[in-house]
Design a protein around this ligand. Sequence first.
Ligand code: BG6
Length: 464
Amino acid sequence: MKTFPDTFLWGGAVAANQVEGAWREEGKGLSTSDLQPQGIFGPVVDRVAGSKSLKDVAIDFYHRYPDDIKLFAEMGFSCLRVSIAWTRIFPNGDEQQPNEAGLAFYDRLFDELAAHNITPLVTLSHYEMPWGLVKQYGGWGNRRVIGFFEHYARTVFTRYQKKVRLWLTFNEINMSLHAPMTGVGLPETSSKSEIYQAIHHQLVASAMAVEICHDINPDARIGNMLLGGLVYPLSCKPDDVFEALQENRKWQFFGDVQCRGAYPGYMLRFFRENDIQLDITDADRQILESTVDFISFSYYMSGCVTADETLNQQMRGNILSMVPNPHLQSSEWGWQIDPVGLRTLLNLLWDRYQKPLFIVENGLGAKDIPDATGVVQDDYRISYLNDHLVQVREAIEDGVKVMGYTSWGPIDLVSASKAELSKRYGFIYVDRDDNGEGSLARSRKKSFYWYQEVIATNGASLKG
Ligand code: BG6
C-alpha cells in the first residue's frame, strides 16, 4: 500500500501577524504588516491617526495559544509552523538589546508545543519587518539591514537552540517582485533595479542565517520558503512553452540562488538586458554559497501563460497574473484548483535541486457557514486537501523526498492578500468576522475530524 514515511511531519502553518494580535503588547514595535491594514498589496497607512486593522487582534493567538495548541494536539499534529514577529524581539529593528518580554513569549509558545510533542517549524520573517527599518533605513534597499537581520537571527537561534530545530528564513521570498513593501520594505513605485538590489540583500541575509544557524546548532536544519507559482503553457506552441519556462524562472531564480549558491545565467542575462546593475560584492558571492538544507514552499494553485500578453493579464490570483486553465475549477477567490500540479511541482523541485522538500502551505480559502447545529460541514475543504495529499503520496512514490506537510491556517486567521476573516482555511472555526465582531470562540469543523483520521492513519485514510 502506498504510504507516507514514518518520519513524515503532519500539521498546520500560521504566521504571527495573521494570528497573534496583541500588536502593541509587551514592547512590540510597529511592523510593515501593522501599517498595511488592507493586506499585503494595500497601502501603508498611518496608524497613529487611529485607523483599525483586523490584525490588531487577529484571532488573539497571543493569549489563546495554549487552548489552540491543545486543539492541534487533539488532531494529532506532529508539527506546527509559526513565525516570530521580528518587532517583538527588536521593536525598531536596530536595537542592540532584544526585548526580553518578546523572547519570553516565544519561549512559552515553544514550551507549550513541546508539552504536546509538536515540533516547531519557525519562519524568521513572514510578511513583516520592523517599520523602523523601513522609515529610517529604506528597508532591504539598504545593505545595513542585512546586519540588523543577522543580529535578530543570531539572537533567536541562540535563545531557542534547545527548543527549535527546524527554521525557515523568508516566507515566499519571491513575493517581493509582486508586493515590494511586504517583501523588502520598498514602495510599490520602486524601480526594478531597486527591487532586485533589495532582493539581493535579502538573499545574502538568508544565506548568512543558514551559516549562523549551523554554527549555533549543528543539529538544526534550515530551509528557504518559495511561493510555488507553477505555471503551464496555455498551448503547445513553442513560444508558449518557452514563455512558461521564463515565467517559472521568476520564482525558481530564488530557489536557484538559495539551493545552488550563485546567480543563474538566465538572471544575469535578464539584468543585462534590463539595465539592472546590482552591487554584488565578492564577499556577498561567498556568503551565498551557504545553501539551505531543505526547500519549503507554498502551493495553492497553478496557472497558465501564453506568449500573448493581453491574454496573460486576464486573471489575477494571489500574486500572479495568469490565464485561466480551461481544465480546472476555481475557488471562490478565483484560485485554480490543481492537485496534480502539486505532484508536478514536487517532482520538478526534487529533480532540480535534490534537496528534501517540505510543503509548508496548502489549503482552500472559503466562506464557511456554520449549519443549524453550529458546525461547518466543509466537505469542499476535505475534498481539496484529500486530493492534494493523494498527489503528495504519489510524489513520494515517484522517489521525491518529502519531510512533511503543514496545511495553511489550521485555525481560521486573517488572510494575507486582503486582510479578511471571511476567507477561512481552518479545521477550527473562529467566531470573528470582517468587521471584527464575534466572540473569538473556537469550534471544530467537519474537516477537523477528517484531518485527525488522516494523521492517525499516516495517510492511509485518504481516498483516491
Ligand atoms: C501565502 C502566505 O501567500 O498564502 C500566507 O504565505 C497567506 O501568509 C496564504 O495567508 C494564503 O493567502 P491569503 O491571501 O488567502 O491569506
